[in-house]
Design a binder for this molecule. Structure first.
Ligand code: DGT
Ligand code: CA
Ligand code: CA
Ligand code: ZN
Length: 585
């Protein structure tokens, strides 16, 4: 892209984002006009800035403010105002503007009225009727949105993989229907969803039943189906209106374990198991593990060794039972015992949560009550710091008052420790958003990157290392800042971060929100190998967010995390001891 096009793109993005945030039409129009002017300008704006910046004044449609931004872009490579706007608008939202016929006004309406912040959330909101129930949203607009999404997917302009957090609730709704069908023995989801991948290509469901027709009817009768792709006696497949495909296998209960094993995969793991079976004179397929020698047939069929449960099949292959999350091909030695992976029940604290003081929807007491109801011993209140102005980050003065309010809540509530913390912005150069004397007063500091998420890997590594090594920081929050299907975020040298984290006793966060899951699975593997501490936190903004823990657990398990390495799995004494170890008093 030429410099002129790049600057034009900056201005039109600013205009889009301004319009989404509801800025006045005059300002938006000025940026659009400036964008056109830059596109149409025959001279190179970079050369103009360096040679004769006064010439910018002659360009029709460029005023004082846009001129300053052209100079800023040419000299620094970025524009502050754009960065600030990006931080204000959810990262997944601008993509909606690429949908045919969808402009900033519609996007704003979807965001305001249906809380849609990404294409995936729009799919869900279309399916569950929350878009249709927006007062100013006509039936025609709803139909247009569906068509635009379908066209968008067809054009391949978007990865069609669906976030785990969107897929799992759908899978569970289907399973509930199947479980209610007459004749059903067992029902489960398999495939990448069961292996806990952060996104799924499609859903794979499995049901064992004495009544195939009833299971089929229960499946095909579910709401939200756009198209039936197959409807056989043992195999059905549908595509939801949102685009997600769901495969169903209907089996006899005696073969449930073999089918579950087969359809859980991964494909590579299946190949490994099948080869091991062959080496041992057996045959493995989706119906069971069989003897393969010619003498072992009964009534012409091979004798079945195991099929009802996964455990019996692994055992007959002389292997320990491997958890689905580790059934991948990373050079794992499957003859060894798998590590005792962390489980949901191991988690005893939440160390990243926002209140109404910044951008959360719960009060301190409501958050503490929520944490208590989960059986946690500790909750940390970590509202945003002042640089996160878009999230109503706290000035030092407001933070002081907030700490007092937290201490007061702790004195009144029994059975839960409430920590005064902060989610402090890591500025682009690695400095933190509060001074040390402020941080020192906090029980816990989560340091997170929120802006400048496109800096170079070298700059990102330096920036995050500075936060990890800061003596007052306990946890590095969502280290890369990626948003699934939204933005890639930073690409720091993860191994270097993990080594430093271990040295400094700083924990790296697995943010459990299904749009983040950051650190991601492969990063967690690196962290486990480096033996640094990890935190598993929900970054709670509303009560529902606490339910995202399961997705973080899935990512943690895929990385091989065991409970002792996770600070949230520690008892109160150990956790608070670690927190105090980074405080002088
Ligand atoms: P996805 O849907 O792309 O997120 O990934 P999966 O792993 O769910 O893949 P999917 O839906 O194509 O198939 C589900 C499982 O079925 C897969 O994990 C293993 C098994 N499977 C499917 N096709 C094959 C195959 O050609 N060979 C073997 N060995 N297994 C297969
Ligand atoms: Ca699948
Ligand atoms: Ca499939
Ligand atoms: Zn947060």
């Amino acid at each position: 892209m030429s410099t002129n096009h790049e600057i034009a793109a900056v201005f039109s993005t600013i205009a889009d984002l301004l319009e989404i945030t509801g800025a006045n039409a005059f300002k938006v129009g000025a940026y659009r006009k400036a964008a056109r002017s830059c596109d149409d300008e025959s001279r190179d704006l970079g050369a103009l800035v360096r040679g004769s910046p006064a010439a910018l004044d002659e360009i029709e449609g460029i005023g004082q403010s846009t001129k300053a931004k052209i100079i800023e872009f040419v000299t620094s490579g970025s524009v502050q105002e754009l960065e600030a706007l990006r931080a204000q608008v959810p990262a997944g939202l601008p993509v909606l503007l690429t949908l045919a016929g969808v402009g900033p006004k519609t996007v704003r309406l979807l965001w305001d009225s249906a809380k849609v912040t990404s294409l995936d959330e729009l799919r869900v909101a279309l399916d569950d009727g929350s878009v249709a129930s927006i007062p100013r949203m006509g039936a025609k607009t709803v139909a247009n949105l569906r068509e635009a999404i379908a066209a968008h997917d067809l054009a391949g302009s978007r990865p069609t993989r669906v976030p785990l957090g969107v897929a799992i609730p759908i899978a569970e709704a289907f399973l509930a229907r199947l479980q209610r069908a007459p004749g059903t023995a067992r029902a489960a989801f398999a495939g990448s969803a069961r292996r806990g991948r952060d996104t799924v290509g499609d859903l794979d469901l499995l049901v064992s039943t004495s009544n195939h027709a009833a299971a089929r009817e229960a499946f095909l009768g579910a709401p939200g189906i756009g198209k039936v792709l197959a409807q056989g006696d043992t195999k059905c497949a549908v595509q939801l209106a949102s685009g997600l495909q769901i495969d169903l296998r209907i089996v006899d209960d005696v073969a449930f374990g073999a089918a579950l094993l087969y359809f859980t995969g991964s494909k590579d793991h299946n190949v490994y198991l099948r080869e091991r079976a062959i080496e041992r004179g057996m045959k493995l397929n989706e119906y069971g593990l069989f003897r393969s020698d010619a003498q072992s047939t009964r009534d012409g069929a091979h004798v079945c060794i195991a099929s009802a449960s996964e455990a019996s099949i692994y055992e007959s292959l002389g292997l320990p039972l491997w958890p689905p999350e580790l059934r991948e091909s990373h050079g794992t030695d499957f003859t060894q015992a798998p590590p005792p992976l962390i489980e949901l029940a191991d988690i005893q604290s939440e160390l990243h949560a926002h209140t109404t003081a910044s951008d959360g929807s719960l009060t301190i007491v409501e958050l503490a009550t929520l944490a208590k109801s989960r059986g946690f011993h500790t909750i940390a209140i970590t509202d945003h710091s002042k640089a996160s102005a878009q999230a109503n980050g706290l000035s030092v003065e407001r933070l002081r008052a907030h700490i007092d309010a937290i201490r007061e809540a702790e004195a009144t509530l029994d059975g839960i420790r409430i920590l005064a913390g902060s989610e402090v912005d890591i500025l682009a150069d690695g400095r933190l958003d509060y001074d040390d004397d402020v941080l020192e007063r906090l029980d816990l500091v989560v340091a997170s990157p929120h802006t400048a998420l496109r800096q170079s890997p070298e700059a990102a590594t330096k920036r995050l290392l500075a936060a990890i090594r800061h003596p007052l920081v306990h946890i590095l929050g969502h280290p890369t800042g990626r948003i699934i299907n939204g933005r890639d975020g930073l690409s720091p040298d993860i191994e270097a971060l993990c080594v430093a984290a271990r040295e400094c006793n700083t924990a790296l966060e697995i943010n459990c929100h299904w749009m983040r899951l950051d650190l991601r699975d492969i990063h967690v593997r690196t962290a486990c190998a480096a033996q640094c501490l990890l935190a598993l936190d929900c970054d709670i903004h509303s009560a529902d967010d606490a339910d995202n823990l399961r997705f973080g657990i899935a990512t943690a398990r895929r990385g091989g995390l065991t409970a002792p390495q996770c600070v949230n799995a520690w008892d109160a004494a150990r956790l608070h001891g670690w927190l105090r170890s980074k405080r002088s008093r």
